[in-house]
Design a protein around this ligand. Structure first.
Ligand code: ADP
Ligand code: ASP
Ligand code: MG
Length: 466
């Protein structure tokens, strides 16, 4: 069997869902499980409604929800069989009633707690998936809606819940094997799960890719396919560099680095379950399905290119801790990292000198408390509005003079915290956020003006939105 995950743009309208069905049809013999995201920007819309309700504007929250509801009903009507329409409408209406009640509760509470946030945002996938399942049935394919929540067991860390793999793997395997058994096509949700008590959780924004990989690994899938709105993994974000080219094949290690350091096309954790089971992942464009996309495999074929792609992550905060006590003191770094651990704050990059340590953070929710504790260790300074740039490629470890090529090409940009990762397949550094686009454009020109045809493929046309 295979897992086919379709992101927001790939289910954004009746037209997009019809495309999804024709893509799945061509692979129906491979026993697909289809996992979908919320339609278009529904997740953002739901969360915005929650914020409005918390801020006291329940009317605005309700109005926003009505717009979302209209779009879902319209899409459902366009796709479902006439005899199924009223039942599907009823299921959607019940879901919207539930959302209205939650918005009222948020209004009462005056804040969007992480639990409320998940109770609201999980509805995007719970609304899109029954529509997609019904659309399959209208095409003569036995779409079976599977609620992933009782299978995708997580802890209760709302908005970033951790999957409890021992239980989840067993339940996902059982649940989907049963759904596949009578020749059904399971249609399920990315992004969401539930606690042992049955409370709905989400695994983090953009998490549907990760869900698909978890399901694929639990079922020992032949392949995990991520269907999105670009031809595959590109040499950088095409929103910044329109001439970004497709990388034909990339290794798990390279793609993991890119995802971790900001390439939004894959959620950062996506490749972990796939790597553990050695399941190939393919990233494809649902608007251009005849292109074979990017293959992500354990070992990519040798390439001449020193760099495969450039990722970047904006909104980074750098924290510096300077301490003359650090010199010679053992246990200093352990104490420093314990502070971040105690405040549940992941650290991305680290640079040390004799008297100071700099770390970069993405998640600053608990920064104030962390800084208070760090002040026990030394003098703390915080630099906001920074960005991380990361060049990735397995040849980085063999290419002499590469660092000078990288940094001389952007010599007019102030660079700090240079790190040549322990894996030696990435070079990362920090720039001011205001400089990041210019630096990425310059670096892209430097490394991808001439493309090695064995490794890259030009992206033919900028396809119009559906
Ligand atoms: P989906 O809704 O299908 O999950 P996302 O918006 O999460 O889609 O991810 C796809 C987007 O990721 C692309 O439209 C592109 O703008 C962005 N992106 C960033 N870096 C890259 C990259 N290196 N390769 C391809 N896409 C990238
Ligand atoms: N719908 C969720 C989000 O917008 C998950 C996903 O699309 O991957 O974050
Ligand atoms: Mg995504």
């Amino acid at each position: 069997m295979i897992v086919m995950k379709f992101g927001g743009t790939s289910v954004e309208s009746d037209v997009a869902i019809r495309r999804l069905i024709s893509i799945v049809k061509t692979q129906i013999h491979r026993q697909p499980i289809v996992a979908v995201s919320a339609m278009g920007k529904t997740t953002n819309g739901l969360l915005e409604a929650a914020r409005q309700a918390a801020a006291g504007d329940l009317a605005a929250a309700r109005a926003r929800l009505e717009t979302i509801a209209e779009h879902h009903f319209k899409t459902a009507d366009a796709l479902a069989l006439a005899e199924e329409r009223s039942l599907l409408r009823l299921a959607l209406a019940n879901r919207f009633d539930g959302i209205r009640t939650t918005l009222e509760e948020i209004h009462q509470a005056g804040e969007v707690t992480p639990q409320f946030s998940d109770a609201i945002s999980a509805n995007g996938e719970l609304l899109s998936s029954p529509i997609v399942a019904a659309a399959f049935r209208a095409e003569g394919i036995k779409g079976v809606w599977v609620d992933v929540r009782p299978l995708m067991r997580t802890n209760g860390d709302f908005t970033r819940a951790a999957v409890q793999f021992d239980e989840a793997n067993l339940k996902l395997n059982e649940g989907f094997t049963a759904a596949l058994a009578n020749g059904g096509l399971p249609v399920t949700q990315g992004f969401i799960g539930s606690t042992a008590e049955g409370v709905t959780t989400t695994i983090g924004r953009g998490g549907s890719d990760y869900s698909a990989a978890i399901i694929g690994a639990a079922l020992n899938a032949e392949e995990i396919q991520i269907w999105t709105d670009v031809d595959g993994i590109l040499t950088t974000d095409p929103r910044i560099v329109s001439e970004a080219a497709k990388v034909k094949t990339i290794s798990f290690a390279e793609a993991s680095e890119l995802a971790y350091f900001g390439a939004k096309v894959l959620h950062p954790s996506t490749l972990l379950p796939a790597m553990a089971k050695d399941i190939p992942v393919r990233v494809c464009n649902s608007r251009n399905p005849s292109n074979e996309g990017t293959a992500i495999v354990r070992n990519a074929p040798p390439s001449k290119a020193p760099v495969k792609a450039i990722a970047f992550k904006r909104g980074i905060t750098v924290v510096n801790v300077a301490s003359d006590r650090m010199l010679m003191a053992y246990g200093f770094l352990a104490r420093l990292f314990n502070v971040f651990a105690a405040h549940q704050t992941p650290v991305d990059m680290v640079a040390t000198s004799e008297v100071s340590v700099s770390v970069t953070l993405d998640d600053t929710r608990n920064l104030d408390q962390a800084v208070a504790d760090l002040q026990q260790l030394g003098e703390v300074t915080v630099e906001r509005d920074q960005a991380l740039i990361c060049l990735v490629g397995e040849n980085l470890k063999f290419t002499p003079g590469l660092a000078s090529k990288i940094f001389s090409s952007i010599e007019d940009v102030n660079v700090s915290m240079i790190s040549h990762g322990a894996s030696a397949i990435n070079v990362s550094f920090i720039v001011a956020d205001k400089d990041v686009e210019r630096a990425v454009k310059t670096l892209h020109k430097e490394f991808f003006s001439e493309l090695d045809a064995a490794t890259f493929e030009a992206v033919a046309v900028a396809r119009a939105a559906a």
